[in-house]
Design a protein around this ligand. Structure first.
Ligand code: NAD
Ligand code: UDX
Length: 456
């Protein structure tokens, strides 16, 4: 029986391993983590992450061939294949602080694997890593006198949160990078065979290790760049009476451009885009490619600009003072269908509004607990309220920051009636029916569209 160990039971390790266990009942999959609380949650009825469809997949395999454990060493020793799916956040200290990836967790894993292993193993980079990390890992793994052979593969994960299960069931592609050596190619074949259990082989791309590592950073940079591009155009739309949805639709019909990822918004969030682009910037700089670095950095700068622009607009439309005004924040997660708030634009928007002394009430269907953790300095000042109707009661404004579909279905007449007047709505996701809201009586500001105001 093939045994897989995955180090890191987070947003990637948990769902990806649950899917492999579901699809391959003959493989034993053990997901380990040093975070005891997280492991306990995976074994409970309240999984540590909210992801549609995940609970069913876990339930099907849990205890059969899917295990969650804190016994890291044991799982390492028993495994034939070890996925490393630990976090790789932006470095906050020393050389490359604020830009480079912090590789300490990955390296700790490599050292542990080296110390524990007594049999040959395939080590799979599941985390997103700088190009050529595998080289450093191989050096760590093969240093010392342990005769065990480790074959390092790169197998980056492309799932998006909120659609992780669908993305794992039917990905656009799976990418596996391996060395062009007999042991490298044998390892690649072994991993290909696992994915081929449920995916057509033509969807499984094999490349050299460096292309695979770099493709992950590049994919995220391209996706984020599309969001920043349309957001740049949204600012121009507001200045010219063009409508960003119409522009996005018109350009998206061009098959060379394509229609996806052209939703203008308050800006992209999430644990990946910013960190991965900054990492790409750092790598370009390391190789002396300053112009390439500057090009990609601009994607992040534009995203900062879009967030700041939104707050400025709120302030300006609300007569340049929001001090003491109640503002309901509809949605705190970085996107819909997740409870994840990492790098959510809502964090910076709330901080900026709180600095103006607004009274904030945050509501979100899944992210209130995480929202509290994101704003420790404002606890006590900000209200958290599960019911959006209550959050909006007596408010001067609603700022919609996450595109939760349920916010579309709310009774806005009822909400309008309960709010202070003039009642403002700032739709940071272009989710709502703006004409309808305007007809109800709202002052409506959206992204890249005309301002609908009764006051002018
Ligand atoms: P996460 O923070 O949710 O999970 C990482 C887990 O690793 C944590 O639970 C942590 O306790 C554990 N860990 C850290 N060091 C450990 C060690 N030495 N031993 C055992 N466990 C350890 O992170 P995530 O969102 O799952 O991301 C993991 C990697 O996948 C990152 O490199 C990320 O860039 C990449 N990625 C994330 C996504 C996403 O949507 N979140 C998508 C694709 C790729
Ligand atoms: C991303 C990548 O899509 C995924 O392939 C990778 O594995 C991890 O990073 P994720 O961050 O989970 O996934 O979500 P994604 O759907 O990419 O959205 C990222 C951010 O961009 C969100 O804040 C989202 O609201 C925003 N976005 C996305 C837009 O503002 N407009 C769009 O058109 C698309």
């Amino acid at each position: 029986m093939t045994k897989i160990c995955c180090i890191g039971a987070g947003y990637v390790g948990g769902p990806t391993m649950a899917m492999i266990a579901k699809k391959c009942p003959e493989i034993q999959v053990t997901v380990v983590d040093i975070n005891e609380q997280r492991i306990a949650a995976w074994l409970s009825d309240h999984l540590p992450i909210y992801e549609p469809g995940l609970a069913e997949v876990v339930k099907e395999a849990l205890g059969r061939n899917l295990f969650f454990s804190t016994e890291v060493d044991r799982a390492i020793e028993e495994a034939d294949i070890i996925f490393v799916s630990v976090n790789t956040p932006t470095k906050t200290f020393g050389e490359g602080a604020g830009c480079a990836a912090d590789l300490q967790y990955w390296e700790l894993c490599a050292r542990r694997i080296r110390a524990i292993s007594t049999t040959n193993k395939i080590i799979v980079e599941k985390s997103t890593l700088p190009v050529r990390t595998a080289e450093a890992m191989e050096r760590v793994l093969h240093s010392g006198d342990n005769p065990v052979h480790f074959e390092v593969l790169s197998n980056p994960e492309f799932l998006a949160e909120g659609t992780a299960i669908a993305d794992l069931e039917d990905p656009d592609r799976v990418l596996i990078g391996g060395h062009d050596t007999p042991s490298g190619q044998a390892a690649v074949r072994k991993l290909v065979d696992i994915y081929a259990t449920w995916l057509p082989r033509e969807k499984i791309l094999t490349t050299n290790v460096w292309s695979s590592e770099l493709s992950k950073l590049t994919a995220n940079a391209f996706l984020a760049q599309r969001v920043s591009s349309i957001n740049a155009i949204s600012a121009l739309c507001e200045a010219t009476e063009a409508d960003v949805t119409e522009v996005a639709n018109a350009i998206g019909k061009d098959r060379r451009i394509g229609s996806k990822f052209l939703r203008a918004s308050i800006g992209f969030g999430g644990s990946c885009f910013k960190k991965d682009i900054l990492n790409l910037v750092y790598i370009c700089e390391t190789y002396g490619l300053q112009e390439a670095a500057d090009y990609w950095r601009q994607v992040v700068l534009l995203n900062d600009y879009q967030e700041a622009r939104f707050v400025k607009k709120m302030l300006k439309e609300m007569f340049n003072t929001i001090s003491g005004k109640r503002i309901a924040i509809f949605g705190f997660a970085f996107k819909a269908n997740t409870g994840d708030t990492r790098e959510s634009p809502a964090i910076r928007v709330c901080r900026a509004l709180a600095a103006e002394r607004a009274k904030l009430v945050v509501t979100d269907p899944q992210a209130i607990d995480n929202a509290k953790l994101e704003l420790p300095e404002l606890l006590g000042e900000i209200e958290f309220e599960e019911d959006p109707y209550k959050a909006a009661e007596g408010a001067h404004a609603i700022a919609l920051l996450t595109e939760w579909p349920e916010y579309k279905e709310l009774d806005y007449e009822k909400i309008y009636a309960s709010m202070d007047k003039p009642a403002f709505i700032f739709d940071g996701r272009n989710l709502l029916d703006h004409k309808k809201l305007f007809d109800i009586g709202f002052e409506v500001y959206s992204i890249g569209k005309e301002l609908r105001s009764h006051l002018k």
